[in-house]
Design a protein around this ligand. Sequence first.
Ligand SMILES: [Zn+2]
Ligand SMILES: [Zn+2]
Length: 190
Amino acid sequence: MSHKYKCSIFQVFVELEYVYIGAVALAAEPYFEKQPDQNGLSREVCVFPLKLKNGELSPIDKNHLNRVFETKTKKAKRLNDEEIKRRAKNARKNVGSRKAIIQQHERNPWVAEHAKRLAKGYCMLCDQPAPFKNKAGEPYLETHHIIWLAKGGEDTIANTVALCPNCHRKMHIQNDKKDIQRLQMKCKAS
Ligand SMILES: [Zn+2]
Ligand SMILES: [Zn+2]
C-alpha cells in the first residue's frame, strides 16, 4: 500500500484559496488516521502534527472562516437527504479547533446593567417577558448594541438595549431597519 504525503503549511479556507499562517516545525511523529475526504468518503491520511515556529498563530481573518462555512452550507443545501446523511455519519468526531486572535471590545458593565434595569424583565423589541430566568432567579435578557460596536457603534446608554435571546439573534441575522428604528426610539424615550 502506498500513501501519498502532502505536507502543507497552508490552510485551505476556500477551495483554491490558501492563507499563509506561518512557518511550522514537526511537533510529533507523523501518524495515520481515517478522515473523510472532500466527498465525505473515509480514507486514510498521514497526519503531520505541526506547530507554528513562533508559537502563536497569526491573526486569522474571521471572515475567511465564515466564508468557508457559508460555502459549505450552500453546497450542503444542494445535496439530497441520503447524501447528507452519509456525509454527516462520516464526519470527523472531533471538531476542528484553532487558536485564534479575536478582536474583542471591552464593554462597560454599567451601561449593560442600565439597559437591563430599563427593560424591567421585558424584551425591548418584542415587549415579551424574558423567556426564562438565570440561576440567580433574574429574568434573562441579553444586551445588544443597536449600532454594532464592530461597525463603530458606541458603548453608551443611547446605543444599548436589553433583548430576549430570540430578538437578539434576529438583530444579528436580519438587522432590520424598522427594528433598529424601534430600538432607537425606545432608547431616546427613556
Ligand atoms: Zn424579544
Ligand atoms: Zn448584539
